[in-house]
Ligand binder design. Structure first.
Ligand code: NAP
Length: 352
């Protein structure tokens, strides 16, 4: 392959094994010196992918210090924040502080940006030991450096939203964009969202509505989430079921819908999603906890003629769409804000 394309993809940063792209690498070179087409970001805050954070928390028995130590160990060992179990990363915000002369990204030093490429392929060095993080939230105040390649993407942070909100929205902005695209292209009218009261779930409901869907069902796990989603007014129908229990999902959803969007952060939602989808319909697996084999073999085993899409984190215009859905939708704000906004000076999510 052309050397300049290899560089744009970040191949020069791969230490091990040779010949793979950064996402598949076991270890990256996180040296903060920038190459001619690279950009360095002074890191302010990481947003760990929800599936990764849940896995780490569960593996550490909810012990925040152990979670912090595990995250530091991963970054130290791999030169990037890629959870070895889920394979997923997250993204970060920070300030552009060095731009190589041949960088095509159009960024200038001093700009505050969010990276829209996964932490699972972003060279990352942490210099503060994550001392301001208690290991109990997906958002991690951090100091260090990260490197963007020629083909990376980043969004300049909007002035009108708090960083914590922008970071959370931009982390999951692929979900509403993918949902809107499927609804628009297929002319789907009924859309079911699993994990509907979460960040990507609530945005996907709002995106489906804006794209023309008229029968929206939100599946949530608890009565409290059902009450919150009902009050938010994003779904026409709210049902309670454990997304990892396929028969419970099928019973709760009833008549299968045209499109199902999987936005839970737990493993085992594949079969319920297939059962919730009508013949000829589409399942969008946005969740990073999705198993390809469970989805493919499950659909085959149920003789279900459904199209299954992997929720690509990137769709053109995805960042602007998520920010706009948040700005315009009181219901989206009502569900997302309590998950990301600090509630007081002692809240662990406050940026110290
Ligand atoms: P989130 O805000 O934590 O929302 C997840 C929702 O799923 C929560 O409401 C959660 O309920 C619910 N849930 C968990 N287990 C459930 C179960 N068994 N039954 C029913 N509901 C359940 O997470 P998010 O940030 O939107 O992320 C959602 C997924 O998207 C994660 O898997 C994440 O890894 C993935 N993701 C994918 C991409 C991509 O590019 N494809 C990018 C970013 C994130 P509780 O709050 O009660 O636990």
């Amino acid at each position: 392959m052309d050397r300049s394309i290899e560089r744009a993809l970040g191949v020069q940063r791969v230490l091990e094994p040779a010949g793979v792209l950064p996402q598949a690498a076991i270890r990256l070179d996180a040296d903060p010196s920038v190459g001619p087409d690279e950009v360095r970001i002074a890191v302010e805050r990481l947003n760990l992918d929800a599936a990764s954070f849940r896995q780490l928390s569960e593996a550490c028995g909810g012990d925040g210090d152990a979670v912090r130590a595990a995250v530091l160990e991963i970054i130290e060992a791999r030169g990037k924040m890629q959870n070895p179990v889920t394979g997923s990363g997250g993204m970060l915000i920070g300030v552009v502080d060095a731009v190589g002369p041949e960088s095509p990204l159009g960024l200038v030093p001093g700009q505050r940006v969010a990276t829209l490429v996964s932490l699972s392929l972003t060279p990352l060095r942490i210099t503060d030991g994550l001392a301001r993080w208690n290991g109990r939230s997906e958002q991690v105040p951090a100091t260090g450096s990260a490197i963007l390649f020629g083909r990376s993407i980043a969004a300049v942070l909007p002035d009108d939203l708090p960083d914590m909100v922008s970071l959370a929205l931009l982390d999951v902005c692929g979900a509403p964009a993918a949902t809107a695209r499927v609804v628009e292209r297929s002319g789907a009218r009924s859309v079911t969202v699993l994990g509907a009261a979460g960040k990507s779930g609530s945005l996907s409901l709002a995106a489906a509505r804006a794209a023309g869907a008229t029968a929206l069902t939100g599946v949530v796990r608890t009565a409290a989430e059902a009450a919150a989603l009902t009050a938010a007014g994003l779904a026409d129908r709210v049902v309670v079921a454990d997304a990892t229990d396929p028969l419970a999902v099928a019973a709760a959803v009833g008549q299968p819908g045209d499109v199902t969007v999987v936005c839970v952060d737990a493993q085992g939602a594949e079969h319920g999603a297939v059962l919730a989808t009508a013949e000829g319909g589409t399942v969008v697996f946005f969740s990073m906890a999705t198993s390809f084999s469970a989805a493919a073999l499950g659909a085959e085993g149920m003789a279900a003629d459904v199209t299954m899409l992997i929720g690509n984190g990137y769709t053109p215009g995805h960042a602007a769409m998520a920010l706009e859905l948040y700005r315009r939708n009181q219901g989206v704000r009502a569900l997302i804000d309590p998950r990301v906004r600090p509630t007081g000076p002692h809240d662990p999510r406050v940026h110290a």
